[in-house]
Design a protein around this ligand. Structure first.
Ligand SMILES: C[S@@+](CC[C@H](N)C(=O)[O-])C[C@H]1O[C@@H](n2cnc3c(N)ncnc32)[C@H](O)[C@@H]1O
Length: 321
């Protein structure tokens, strides 16, 4: 069991979060209680890390870094390799660089100067992966940064990282889907990054995000888009860039109209970027023979995916409730 109820109590010991604490705890306990054949291996990884001294968490260039003043990375490597693949990061432990598939720092840099500073804000990070960004939000001074991520492995990765940190940080990751969250408008900033295109019903996702937001709160929405006029969206048949479960890629004007229909205000496009092989790359930390962006694109025309769709372009939109 990786959800320590004492940590949970400390995190939720805040008047406005108490309203959702009990339900979040119940859903999380159920989620961790599944019959998943990998749990014994992931648990061994967490047990191995108990031998490692804790250290201070800080930023070191693009890395979230934890320095334990210990030279031998053998235990760290052994534990972290049991938790492959590392999609989100990068992290650094002493001199060991855990190069994740995604160079998360690049996305953070694209949005950081456009968002309302997170200091003292209650932040919800929906579809948080292993919590790389949730931790960065806490490191920016968020009062609370709650990440929700249904994929269990990512919750174990987060537990592994957090077990090495020497002091309490205002971040927590729970294995909860947005639609399972107790409805409560308590967050000042809500992030949905890389999640919208995985939803069967995009409007439902936008309404669910809105339900978690205080009046005037900020939504930071990052998602895949395609070129086209208002009203246009691409619904890939089969895979998109080898990803399953990609349901709908709107044009930017279509996406803005969805946000307006969901009654969001001050809708601003702050960044449009093509995903580069520097940002999404094959590394030893995603496992042998695992594929990444370069394998998803048409080798004769990298402006197209292997399925013939436009190569990934992502937008960041900021708006208010
Ligand atoms: C592409 S990843 C993005 C991770 C991270 N936010 C980032 O920007 O790098 C999308 C994540 O959203 C999670 N996810 C998908 N649907 C979700 C939902 N309804 N509620 C919460 N998380 C969800 C997936 O499990 C996946 O880990």
């Amino acid at each position: 069991m990786i959800l320590f109820t004492d940590q949970f109590k400390i995190f939720f010991d805040d008047l406005s979060l108490k309203q959702i604490a009990d339900k979040c705890l119940r859903i999380s306990l159920e989620a961790f209680n599944v019959n998943n054949g990998n749990i014994p291996k992931w648990t061994i990884a967490l047990d191995e890390l108990k031998a490692i001294p804790k250290g201070e968490i800080e930023l070191n260039g693009p890395y979230i870094s934890i320095d334990q003043n210990s030279e031998d990375p053998k235990i760290l490597v052994s534990a972290f390799k049991k938790l492959l693949p590392w999609r989100k990061g990068p992290f650094m432990f002493n001199n060991l660089k855990l190069e994740s598939e995604w160079q998360g720092d690049l996305k953070w840099k694209r949005m950081k100067n456009h968002i309302t500073p997170l200091k003292n804000r209650r932040v919800l990070d929906v579809g948080a992966g292993n919590g790389y960004f949730t931790l960065r939000m806490a490191m920016e001074g968020a009062k609370k940064a709650l990440g929700i991520e249904p994929f269990l492995l990512f919750n174990y990765q987060y537990a592994a990282i957090k077990s090495l940190v020497d002091k309490e940080i205002n971040a927590m990751l729970l294995p909860i889907r947005l639609e399972e969250m107790p409805k409560s408008a308590i967050f000042d900033s809500v992030f949905s990054m890389g999640v919208l295109y995985h939803q069967r019903n995009h409007m439902e996702h936008l309404f669910q995000l809105k339900e978690m937001m205080l009046p005037g709160a900020e939504l930071i929405l990052e998602t895949l888009v395609v070129e086209g006029p208002k009203g246009y969206s691409l619904t890939p048949e089969g895979r998109y860039a080898q990803m399953r479960n990609v349901h709908c890629l709107p044009s930017i004007d279509t996406l803005k109209s969805w946000l307006a229909d969901a009654n969001f205000n001050n809708i601003k496009v702050v960044d449009i970027s093509k995903t580069s092989p520097q940002e999404q790359r094959r590394t030893e930390w995603i496992g042998d023979n695992a594929a990444s962006l370069e394998d998803f694109l048409d080798p004769s025309d990298p402006t197209l995916t292997k399925e013939g769709h436009p190569a990934p372009t992502r937008v960041i939109i900021i708006c208010n409730n």
